[in-house]
Write a protein that binds this ligand. Structure first.
Ligand SMILES: *Cc1c(COP(=O)(O)O)cnc(C)c1O
Length: 445
């Protein structure tokens, strides 16, 4: 267990005076392009609590955006990392390799969906993983086109900006973007023109027609899909959509890439969200939850696809850094030994009834969705008026922050709360966080 006290404590304004001071230094020292959602400066964290520089103890419903799934400074991660930094910190795997990289690759090959022969390459960030997955797919197929979806988020590098759907803040005036990226409609039940039932019936057909008419199957190297979309609004596609798309890719010689950077590593109650869809992706991109907070990312795919690339075609100075690999081994061990997939399901069981009750009271809650400890509520204006309610979302968010609850929002229209608590947080803390959310909601409508 964490030695950070597992209690909420708000003893100053949020942010407190010391944080305010640091935020002034931030303004003077850090590019304005890097902004902070809740400028409380953190000193220590563990379990479900962040301790700030003013001594406040905040309940964490964000896990640093789905990263500290095993908890912050999780004991096994700390232990492995501490040992590794004493042994060696870097050699570059492409120069003189080390066993820890192999152990992470073996773990990913085993844990990702499918029991076929697989290979993995390691990188530093989710964007880098997605870029490399696309590189491999293009190389393997000899084709150029990449299909991504409405509301997709794949990162901030040039290629992944092109694949990301939302202009502000990710793309605005950062172009020109990489070419040969095409966008298809997302299966988004809540906002499908004819409603959820029509979405299940129609979204795959619309996808197929649009790719056929606007791109041509034979030109497509890869279709890249988040099985549950992250930044775009925690959109869970209609049942069967992911599987239909993956099967269609197989039929057309297209590499199906699952971007599980946010949904991976026990977050949804399975090791990977693809499992729930009964899909075995050709390539799966992972990062965020993989290493308990250290920067690491993986691209895992069938041996045939991954080994099609010439030697030296993939890599990078830091990719699969030994300290990050040690952290990943500690994180994966934690997920296994503490059965964090089951814990994510318990979190869902704790959250959903309360969110549903809230939705019964407030017509501004239009939709509740997600899986495991990756849950969201979408805010609208009222019954029958699905207009996104970003103003209320921002107000509730602010009210939560003031009470010492770290909440995150998302969505193309900025009107979705997403809940991504660490799986090390106790039921007591999660319930208290929900109390705060409910009160903040009632006070803000
Ligand atoms: C966060 C995220 C990325 C980008 O990962 P970085 O580590 O920030 O580069 C890509 N895809 C998805 C689904 C993400 O949630």
């Amino acid at each position: 267990m964490s030695n950070v006290p597992q209690q909420r404590l708000v003893q100053t304004a949020i942010p407190g005076p010391r944080s305010v001071e640091l935020q002034q230094r931030k303004t003077a020292a850090v590019s304005a392009g890097v902004s902070t959602g809740l400028p409380v400066y953190v000193e220590r964290a563990g379990g479900g609590i962040l301790v700030d520089v003013d001594g406040n103890q905040l309940i964490d419903f964000g896990s640093g955006i789905a990263v500290t799934t095993v908890g912050n400074a999780a004991p096994r991660v700390v232990e492995r990392v501490s040992q590794q930094v004493q042994d060696f910190t870097h050699t570059c795997f492409m120069v003189t390799p080390y066993e820890e990289y192999l152990e992470v690759a073996e773990a990913l090959n085993e844990l990702t969906p499918g029991d076929h022969e697989k290979r993995t390459a390691l990188f530093n960030s989710g964007a880098e993983a997605v870029e490399n997955a696309v590189k491999v797919a293009r190389h393997y197929t000899g084709r150029n086109a990449v299909v991504a979806f409405d509301h997709a988020y794949h990162g901030r590098t040039n290629l992944t900006m092109a694949m990301t759907a939302k202009n502000m803040p990710y793309k605005h005036r950062f172009g020109p973007f990489a070419g040969e990226v095409y966008r298809a409609p997302m299966s988004y039940p809540f906002r499908w023109p004819g409603g959820p039932a029509d979405c299940a019936k129609e979204s795959f057909d619309v996808f197929v027609q649009q790719v056929h008419a606007q791109v041509g199957e034979d030109n497509v190297a890869a279709v890249v899909l988040e099985p549950i979309q992250g930044e775009g609004g925690f959109i869970v596609p209609a049942p069967g959509f992911v599987k239909q798309v993956a099967d269609w890719c197989t039929d057309n010689g297209i590499v199906f890439i699952a971007d599980e950077v946010q949904s991976g590593f026990c977050r949804t109650g399975d090791w990977f969200a693809s499992e729930h869809e009964r899909v075995v992706p050709d390539i799966i991109a992972t990062a965020k939850g993989i290493a308990g907070g250290l920067p690491l990312a993986g691209v895992t795919g069938s041996a045939e696809i991954m080994d099609s690339v010439h030697g030296g075609g993939l890599g990078g100075t830091y990719g699969g850094n030994p300290v990050a690999c040690a952290a990943a081994l500690g994180a994966i061990q934690t997920m296994k030994e503490e059965d964090l997939c089951s814990r994510a399901k318990q979190v869902e069981a704790l959250f959903l009834p309360r969110l549903k009750r809230l939705a019964d009271t407030f017509p501004q809650i239009g939709d509740i969705r997600g899986r495991g400890a990756m849950l969201a509520v979408e805010l609208i204006h009222g019954p029958g008026d699905l207009t996104p309610n970003a103003v209320l979302t921002a107000a509730v968010n602010k009210a939560c922050h003031a009470e010492g609850l770290v909440t995150l929002t998302c969505g193309t229209f900025g009107n979705v709360f997403r809940f991504l608590p660490p799986l090390a947080a106790s039921d007591e803390l999660l319930s208290e966080g929900l109390d705060i959310f409910e009160k903040a909601f009632a006070a803000s409508v």
